[in-house]
Design a protein around this ligand. Structure first.
Ligand code: SF4
Ligand code: SF4
Length: 438
């Protein structure tokens, strides 16, 4: 009875905390501009392939398989977690075993086998990050909290596996004592090895203590994980699904047009203006998160900080300051910053007129945005279909069109475009090559 009350208090407190955090993230993502989604039957397929199937992870098969071990173990462990919740609530013990019989034994054995694989994968990931010091995990944006965040989750995974085996192996011995509270579940093969070689010398009271300890470690670690997720890069476990569903489905190289500018250009080259079916804005590009679309902000929250984008970025490889991963992290951090300011001001703030004297340009330098070659390599590399190029282009558009800024060595190109409709300073009609080759 006391345990059930304690269970309810802890669960209620932690779950309500998680709920409000997730609600805040949903509100923050909606601070972005509305955007028209391209019509496509591809969305569901993308979600199944890239979020559920983790297709891009298998571009590097060994890492893909290791990641799959952790992912599969996490998913299947939720069956045991669900049972833990029901047991904790009603004061029962291994409630599913009564209904599932030998299938229950199969499930727990599968969880244990996958947990061992996940443990091996976790140790390898810790080794790669902290001892092997893989280059993409050592970039400047990964210093401090991002590195700590990744390690914390990996240690959390080890704690969870420890809890599962402590709980199961002591339970196996308690079942042999024929105590009424511990129903017979069949043999858990891996736990039995621990029971036999480590725990068999302990008396009943100790075994009960170990079983409860393992049970609570298991429960609190998963619950703690749910509460921790909204402040961690591991939020992608959930957000990869909506993100891959809503990701752009048109061709990678297609840049969104600015209708007003497009019409200016059309008139310069003697073409009719196109009708504009959206409200005409006086601003071009993006200065802050409010100018980016909610899809860009969803992407920022989905970023796994894996660095695959940065490791293929030609600008970064050439030693420039640009890192597409950092761009996404900066957008997320700025969104969080604004969200916290809105929360502090309670309802005394008009979100549409939010102003704190700062912008994305306080986090992302001009040196970074102008180093981008628009090659799309980062977009291709991202395992969860994030497009770092889009916000880079929006920031650039703002700086050039609203601040009349831009690198000095781009000025001749702008002049040529204006005078010759070509990036080259050649005073010949742009379409002359057609008649030359006819
Ligand atoms: S599009 Fe820009 S940020 Fe992305 S890989 Fe190419 S140069 Fe780097
Ligand atoms: S944008 Fe994609 S590839 Fe780049 S760090 Fe984030 S998740 Fe990884």
């Amino acid at each position: 009875m006391i345990q059930s009350i304690f269970f309810l208090i802890i669960s209620g407190f932690l779950l309500s905390k998680a709920f409000f955090k997730f609600k805040t993230i949903y509100r923050n993502i909606n601070l972005g501009k509305n955007t028209t989604l391209e019509p496509s039957g591809q969305r569901l397929k993308n979600m199944v392939l890239f979020a559920l199937g983790q297709r891009k992870m298998f571009d590097k098969p060994i890492v893909g398989i290791l990641h799959l071990f952790i992912y599969a173990a996490f998913i299947i462990t939720q069956i045991e977690f669900l049972e833990t919740i029901i047991d904790g609530f009603f004061g029962t013990h291994r409630i599913f075993s009564k209904f599932l019989g030998s299938f229950y034994t199969l499930i727990i054995n599968s969880i244990e086998i996958l947990s061992v694989f996940a443990l091996v994968a976790t140790i390898i990931f810790l080794y790669r990050r902290n001892i092997l010091k893989l280059l993409r995990f050592q970039k400047p944006e990964m210093k401090g909290w991002p590195s700590m965040d990744a390690n914390l989750i990996l240690f959390g995974e080890i704690t969870l596996i420890f809890g599962i085996f402590l709980m199961n192996s002591s339970d196996q011995l308690l079942q042999q004592l024929d105590l009424k509270h511990y129903p017979t579940t069949g043999k858990f093969y891996l736990s039995s090895i621990i029971s036999e070689h480590v725990l068999s010398a302990f008396p009943k009271d100790w075994l009960q203590l170990f079983e409860r300890l393992g049970w609570w470690i298991h429960y609190i670690t998963v619950l703690g994980f749910i509460v921790y997720l909204p402040t961690s890069k591991h939020l992608h476990i959930f957000l990869a699904f909506p993100n891959s569903y809503f990701s752009k489905t048109n061709s990678r190289g297609e840049m969104s047009a600015m209708p007003v500018i497009e019409n200016e250009v059309r008139s310069m080259v003697g073409l009719d203006a196109k009708p504009i079916n959206e409200p005409i804005s006086e601003n071009f590009g993006a200065k802050d998160i409010f100018d980016l679309s909610w899809r860009n902000l969803l992407e920022a929250y989905t970023c796994t900080e894996c660095g695959r984008c940065t490791s293929v970025c030609p600008a970064n490889l050439a030693g420039k300051k640009l890192s597409p991963r950092k761009i996404m992290m900066d957008i997320r951090d700025r969104t969080e910053e604004i969200g916290q300011k809105i929360d502090k001001a309670n309802s005394n703030i008009d979100i549409l007129k939010f102003e704190d004297g700062k912008s994305l340009f306080d986090k992302i330098s001009r040196e970074e945005i102008y180093a981008c070659t628009s090659c799309n390599a980062c977009v291709e590399a991202c395992p969860v279909l994030i497009n770092p190029l889009e916000p880079i282009l929006e920031l650039r558009r703002y700086d050039i069109l609203m601040n009349s800024s831009g690198p000095n060595d781009w000025l001749p190109m702008f002049n040529s475009l204006e005078n010759n409709q070509s990036v080259w300073a050649i005073a010949e009609p742009r379409t002359k090559w057609i008649s030359d080759n006819s």
